[in-house]
Ligand binder design. Structure first.
Ligand SMILES: Nc1nc2c(ncn2[C@@H]2O[C@H](COP(=O)(O)OP(=O)(O)OP(=O)(O)O)[C@@H](O)[C@H]2O)c(=O)[nH]1
Ligand SMILES: [Mg+2]
Length: 554
């Protein structure tokens, strides 16, 4: 009894977000494996994950777009939206967030990733989306959890509430104490953890950490505060209720621990989602949809959906990844977009990463892919920063709206075909993005005289190439700083800037030579180019007016 009754039932939709390479896709894999949706977890590194199934994601070993996968856990269905962490794809995450019930923010104990973590948490805070922090990669933890929490706390406006503490065995974490349940568990690989006696030092540390968790909860619960002051043990159910309520109201951000790669901490996370995350009704309310399925005074009669993302298929149809917020949707139903156009749904697919299966209908809460051969039937709501993916196969203008034109042109990235660069023009200002490419004449042709020319670059310590001939092939797919300088010198942009900066050296490739520094890269470029130059960093912004102003992230 107890929490189960209070937990909303029905299909959930949960976003997996977090800084670049923190382990979101690996966590999705672990969730699918632990909940039985797949027989065993694949891996991003081996190119076998469900999430990073596209050829591009596979070759980069990183996520390059939203993917969704549905699984079931204790009788309810859960769709996870795995959002790419690279800032280049931040819009994908933005488009996904509004219609999820909660977000799992996958993070690491890494100070360098704190700025990106903070940006993501701020967005969730603003959108009022309940969020859990999943502190991943604890198999590599090197510092105490308290220190990690203190390091992470500035990224969140609300208190981070630690729900588990690790059990150490020497330098390794072998299990955890669940502070709400007051129970200790030892991790087992690819299996549920095993309950063990909570005793000795772990008992003391557990008590202390539990008290600190309760203190944070008591800030929003007077009765609990009184119990703590009077040294009375609060009833367990009341603690679970507080955890759920304070999460949903955005007052706290609970922190769970685990290792996605080892599938540790996954079931604990699923249980927290089951008991504590809100369901579709609360999400629909947050988006201003009334429980009768009406929004903004307009009647949505049978069904109301939110489109996360639309992909244009090569044969001309479209697939829209959609969360049904209210009502029921049958295959063949006619839908209307927020801009008033209507069209028929042709095919409802359950989403499961690379493999999708057909369904006859979808119910409120479900996340499905809707097929349609009608143009613009469904689109990402205008109030979000969502984007629509277009398929194009020729160079030329690929986007022309409200004075913004985007031109795509072919570049040379060796066997990776097609490879394109883009030039964006708006009111006489222009930006060129080289894309992944070797030195290419097209960049000069389209980039001559632009305000901002962004070029990819790969700098390498020459000794590395001699020691590891295999790397020459990679090196040859990219542009060296000196070659970039030649391009800049010919195109003469108002500002040239490097993006996709690869500084190749040890130890990543097992060769004992240091990678060049950013300054080395600039020095190399200066051999061929003397004009304005900037080395990009994540979240850097460029304001283009009469000149180009560069703003570095704080
Ligand atoms: N040691 C360790 N490595 C992990 C763990 N989880 C993920 N990794 C590794 O971290 C790297 C990134 O993992 P991904 O799952 O691709 O991370 P991601 O957050 O999906 O990455 P993006 O989508 O590109 O932002 C891979 O090399 C994984 O093998 C973990 O629990 N422990
Ligand atoms: Mg990923």
């Amino acid at each position: 009894m107890g929490q189960d009754v209070r937990s909303p039932r029905g299909p959930r939709c949960i976003a997996l977000v977090g800084p670049f390479q923190s382990g979101k896709t690996t966590l999705l894999e672990a969730i699918l494996a632990r909940t039985g949706a797949i027989a065993r977890a694949g891996s991003v590194d081996a190119g076998t994950s469900v999430g990073d199934a596209s050829a591009e994601a596979r070759s980069h070993k990183m996520s390059v777009g939203l993917t969704a996968a549905t699984t079931s856990f204790m009788g309810d269905s859960y769709t996870f939206i795995d959002c790419p962490g690279s800032v280049e794809f931040a819009n994908d995450m933005r488009a996904a967030l509004p219609a999820v019930d909660a977000a799992v923010v996958v993070c690491e104990a890494d100070e360098k990733k704190l700025p990106q973590l903070q940006i993501i948490l701020r967005e969730l805070e603003q959108l009022k989306i309940p969020r859990f922090l999943f502190l991943n990669k604890i198999d590599r933890a090197s510092q105490r959890i308290r220190e990690t929490l203190a390091m992470l706390q500035p990224a969140s406006r609300v208190p981070l509430v630690l729900r588990q503490i690790p059990i150490w065995n020497g330098d390794l974490i072998e299990g955890f104490v669940d502070l709400a349940l007051e129970r200790a568990f030892v991790y087992r690989e690819h299996k549920a953890s095993e309950v063990v006696d909570l005793e000795g030092g772990n008992l003391d540390r557990g008590k202390e950490a539990r008290f600190s968790m309760l203190e944070k909860l008591a800030d929003h619960d007077d009765a609990l505060m009184e119990q703590l002051l009077e040294d009375i043990q609060p009833p367990r159910d009341a603690v679970f209720d507080d955890l759920a309520r304070e999460l949903r109201e955005g007052l706290i951000c609970p922190v769970l621990l685990g290792s996605a790669a080892r599938e540790n901490g996954v079931l604990r996370l699923m249980k927290a989602l089951r008991h504590e995350s809100p369901g579709v009704e609360a999400t629909a309310r947050r988006l201003g949809v009334r429980s009768d399925g009406k929004s903004d005074g307009k009647s949505a009669k049978e069904a109301l959906g939110y489109v996360f993302k639309t992909v244009h298929l090569q044969h001309g149809g479209k697939l829209s990844l959609t969360r049904l917020l209210a009502g029921r949707l049958d295959d063949g139903a006619v839908l209307q977009s927020s801009s008033g156009e209507s069209g028929k749904v042709s095919g409802i697919l359950a989403v499961n990463g690379a493999t999708d299966s057909k369904r006859a209908a979808a119910e409120a809460g479900d996340t499905v892919a809707l097929g349609s051969h009608f143009a613009r039937v469904l689109e990402v709501p205008a109030h979000t920063a969502g984007h629509i993916a277009y398929h194009f196969d020729k160079d030329g203008v690929v986007f022309d709206r409200n004075g913004v034109t985007v031109r795509a042109f072919t570049v040379d990235h060796g066997p990776a075909k097609p490879a394109v660069g883009y030039r964006v023009d708006y009111k006489g200002r222009s930006v060129l993005i080289s894309g992944d490419t070797r030195m290419d004449e097209n960049v000069i042709k389209y980039g001559t005289g632009v305000d901002l020319l962004l070029h990819e670059v790969l700098a390498v310590n020459p000794a590395v190439l001699q020691k590891a001939p295999k790397l020459v092939a990679i090196f040859n797919l990219h542009a060296s700083p000196e070659q970039c300088g030649e391009v800049f010198a010919k195109a003469k942009p108002k500002l040239a800037a490097f993006t996709h900066i690869v500084l190749m050296g040890a130890p990543a490739f097992g060769v004992p030579f240091p990678a060049p520094t950013v300054q080395d890269m600039i020095d190399e470029t200066r051999k061929t180019y003397q004009g304005p130059l900037e080395a990009g960093v994540d979240l850097m912004t460029f304001e283009i007016g009469n000149g180009v102003t560069v703003k570095r992230p704080m």
